[in-house]
Design a protein around this ligand. Structure first.
Ligand SMILES: [Mg+2]
Length: 329
């Protein structure tokens, strides 16, 4: 980009995020310099979001900024890590001042409460695309991985599921909801996900395995099960649905969205029943934690039916449940 455009970008991003004393050098040199912490490992994750694929073209720049950072932080949450630094790759059709101002405000609105510092990045002219790499700290050996689920573990999810999926249908015009407040809440879940960082950190030493739900419960729980070499029985009647979702689509359709739609960025985790009492300490976060099933030896996800017979959803059957995967794959 021309130097004036570069100045524009420096101006928007340089003093955007919290100052941290472990950042020696941030934006402005060939590399950033940061100080690692003794007896901690660094958890690193990158996500790319492309306009029209991961968010609708008409998403507000503020919401793009929020979502780009929040979804990355959700990956740190899933590992039980504490956010520290991030880098930003931004491809823009033009150096549009209004876009950059709102986008930067969206980023800052997530970075500031989570004390994560922007330490570098790059910008190019091209189709609208945002790539963020987050770095976080986790005590040595305490990261919660996907591979730790054991037979007999209880399966839990945080918050409510299916809201963002309904929000996506609303913004695509595939769903019409009379209740404006419910509709706004569902679209809010799509555009401004809340990474469950405090819950993730508190699950260290409690959860055997965890993942954040970006692609839908069946798909993401499937990742835990595949990595752990186990299966699961899930009771759809136990899935936590918000009042807004039930108002918008009813319980039956809500359950289908909760199983298969993505973008909720809640946590799914497993733990042995003997540790379930330790979850009560997490009540201080005021986010419901709901037991939805059990880890079993037999591979695949078995959905409990009202008749008592379990319907088997093999991993390759996940696609069967996805009816609007265009934005989530
Ligand atoms: Mg993830």
């Amino acid at each position: 980009m021309a130097s004036s455009e570069f100045d524009l970008i420096e101006r928007h991003f340089c003093h955007l995020t919290p100052a941290r004393n472990d950042v020696i050098l941030a934006i402005g040199d060939d590399c950033a310099l940061v100080t690692p912490r003794a007896s901690q490992q660094v958890a690193i994750s990158t996500d790319i979001m492309v306009a029209g694929r991961h968010f609708p073209h008409d998403t507000s720049p503020f919401a793009i900024g929020v979502k780009a950072l929040a979804t990355n932080l959700s990956d740190l949450a899933a590992m039980g890590a504490e956010p520290a630094w991030f880098t930003l790759g931004l491809s823009l059709p033009e150096a549009n001042e209004a876009f950059l101002t709102a986008f930067a405000q969206g980023l800052a609105s997530v970075a500031i409460p989570h004390n994560i510092a922007l330490i570098g990045g790059d910008t190019v002219r091209g189709p609208l695309m945002v790539s963020i790499t987050v770095h976080g700290f986790v005590p040595v050996g305490q990261a919660i991985r996907r591979q730790g689920a054991r037979m007999g573990d209880s399966i839990y999810v945080s918050g409510t599921l299916g809201d963002a999926g309904a929000g996506l249908q609303l913004v695509k015009g595939e769903l019409v909801v009379d209740n404006d407040l419910a509709a706004a809440a569902l679209v809010g879940r799509l555009n401004q996900p809340i990474p469950r960082l405090a819950i993730g950190r508190s699950l260290r030493g409690i959860a055997n395995a965890a993942i954040d739900i970006s692609d839908g419960l069946l798909a993401d729980l499937g990742h835990i099960l595949n990595a752990s070499g186990v299966g699961a029985v899930v009771d759809p009647a136990l899935l936590p649905l918000s009042a807004d979702l039930i108002t918008a689509v009813g319980r039956e359709r809500g359950v289908q969205l909760a199983l298969s739609s993505g973008d909720d960025y809640e946590l799914c985790f497993t733990l042995p029943p003997v540790r379930e009492s330790r979850l009560s300490a997490l009540g201080r976060f005021r986010i419901p934690l709901t037991r939805i099933g059990t880890v079993v030896a037999e591979p695949g996800i078995h959905l409990q039916q009202e008749s008592g017979i379990a319907q088997v959803v093999a991993p390759q059957g996940f696609d069967h449940f996805l009816d609007n995967d265009e934005m989530n794959d």
